[in-house]
Design a protein around this ligand. Structure first.
Ligand code: NAP
Length: 495
């Protein structure tokens, strides 16, 4: 079966190109998929444009749109094992983590299914003074959705579900390395009965298949999740046609531990914060800020946990985390660690690929702790997107806040303390989109997700994640039309 989904049909790319998808844990061939060129993406945009303009989805009642999204959620749940398996093979993540992802994807569809029925519109003037004025919310139109490789279907669901709930049509382009689960989602949308042309999928490289989504005048909005450098490029390209832009970018997220914290909980979570999914998490707690008086205990114990983390393939029951996405990415992470050491960071553990036959064909990298870091170092400022923790110290609440905000990013952060007054002060002062108090990583589909500063523009999830996909329109109706007399008659009045 062909792998591009355009106007309700599974097709190959116009040039007949294909790409191999390989499991990063062992290099095994997972699939060979069709590859789109710019021409194919433009075809998909035309299909989405037509499907939007003829109202085949936007004119469907909100109740029916919500019902379809519930059906999609049910089908995703039914196919949990198939989807989790495919996600694990593409990303190298453990199957258990992929199953958690599917549960979150289902929740995302259920949340936005409910919102489909929540009309944000309102009456401004009910007509008692001769005018009837109302604000209605309409779908934005054709949405270009571009997603990364770390949580392929989860990131897609945060865009696809609200786009459909609001009545839009879309073209989605997943990462070229992890297309499989987005293909499965398209099949499910088809099975659920979504009209042809509403959902379109192109596979291929960002430059070829993705760039037209930001550039094309027939795309009304582009929602992008990925790195900050690509995000800037997408924003610049979108500016030419002044389209709506939503960006979910990287983070360099501070995890702040005060001396009065429950240290058992804080230390255990400090390891999970950064080493979950081998650090390939936008909100990873990659910057540990620890109060100076407890530095040695905290770092020793985090290093002890990190040194014992078992690496392995997606289906290895003993593995606690998996491979990086590719050997290219591993080289980038290794380069980042080398620069850190050259800048004076102290390597406490990791700092290399693991050795052994189980790792030879994969892209594994050992959990790494870099102590003695300061905010002037590139390792503290730049996102590694790998299993690398940098450690800084502070001596006062004000200093912890200053350090926590000393970054171009503003995605997430955490504070660990038993003083709830301090917890509230620090949470308020940190300029990041999500703040955890005495926890790390949980999120809720009901709550907004996204970044301050260069971590992005706009939000996903929550109410704001739905609002990205609608345009407000003010409709003003004069119930007693009459000449205004502004010109002509008014001149007579003056003389
Ligand atoms: P990336 O390299 O920026 O790529 C993201 C997507 O953009 C991919 O599908 C990529 O295609 C595509 N792309 C590349 N160049 C493009 C262009 N000129 N025009 C349009 N699309 C283009 O990011 P990544 O390496 O996949 O993902 C890791 C980054 O995502 C990290 O920085 C992470 O923090 C961020 N992230 C953020 C969030 C959040 O919620 N804030 C969530 C997850 C990840 P190809 O790669 O296929 O060429």
């Amino acid at each position: 079966m062909a792998d591009l989904f355009i106007d309700g049909e599974w097709v190959s790319g116009a040039k007949g190109l294909t790409r191999e998808v390989r499991c990063p844990a062992d290099g095994a061939l997972v699939a060979t998929v069709d590859e789109a060129t710019r021409e194919d993406t433009e075809r998909a945009i035309r299909a989405a444009r037509k499907a939007f303009d003829d109202g085949r989805w936007s004119s469907v009642s909100a109740t029916e749109r919500g019902k379809l999204l519930i059906r999609v959620a049910d089908l995703l749940e039914r196919d949990t094992e198939v989807i989790a398996h495919a996600e694990s093979l593409d990303t190298g993540k453990r199957i258990i983590e992929a199953r958690y992802d599917v549960a979150d994807i289902v929740s995302s569809f259920r949340w936005f299914a409910g919102l489909a029925n929540t009309n944000l519109g309102r009456v401004v003037d009910p007509g008692t003074t001769g005018t009837f004025s109302r604000v209605v919310y309409e779908p934005v139109g054709v949405c270009g959705l571009i997603t990364p490789w770390n949580y392929p279907l989860l990131q897609a669901s945060w865009k696809v579900a609200p786009a459909l709930a609001a009545g839009n049509t879309f073209v989605i382009k997943p990462s070229e390395m992890t297309p499989s689960t987005t293909i499965l989602l398209m099949r499910i949308l088809q099975e659920a009965g979504l009209p042809d042309g509403v959902a379109n999928l192109v596979l291929g490289s960002g430059a070829e298949a993705g760039a037209p989504l930001a550039e094309h005048p027939d795309v009304d909005m582009v929602s992008f999740t990925g790195g900050v450098i690509t995000g800037r490029r997408v924003m610049a390209a979108a500016s030419v046609t002044v389209k709506k832009v939503a960006l979910e970018l990287g983070g360099k997220n501070p995890n702040i531990i005060f001396a009065d914290a429950d240290l058992d909980a804080a230390i255990d979570n400090a390891a999970t914060a950064v080493f979950l999914h081998s650090g390939q998490v936008c909100s990873a707690g990659a910057r540990l800020l620890v109060e100076e008086s407890i530095h040695d205990e905290v770092v020793d114990r985090v290093v002890a946990i990190a040194s014992k983390i078992r690496l392995g393939g997606p289906f290895d029951p003993a593995a606690e985390t998996g491979s990086l996405i590719s050997r290219d990415h591993r080289s980038k992470v290794a380069g980042y660690v080398e620069r850190a050491l050259a800048e004076g960071a102290v390597l406490r553990c990791g700092g290399s690929a693991p050795v052994g036959p189980a790792f030879d064909d994969g892209a594994f990298y050992l959990p790494t702790v870099l102590d003695g870091c300061t905010t002037t170092m590139s390792c503290v400022q730049d996102e590694s997107f790998g299993p690398v923790l940098t450690v800084e110290t502070f001596t006062s609440e004000a200093e912890a806040i200053r350090l926590g905000n000393d970054t171009i990013y503003g995605l997430a952060g955490a504070v660990w303390t038993s003083d709830m007054g301090r917890a509230a002060r620090v949470a308020n002062a940190l300029r990041h989109g999500t703040i955890w108090i005495n926890d790390y990583h949980p999120y809720r589909p009901q709550a907004e997700w996204g970044g301050f500063k260069q971590s992005g523009v706009g939000r996903e999830l929550g109410l704001a994640g739905f609002a990205e996909y609608v345009e407000p329109k003010h409709i003003y109706e004069n119930l007693q039309p009459a000449a205004s007399g502004w010109f002509g008659e008014s001149e007579q009045n003056i003389t």
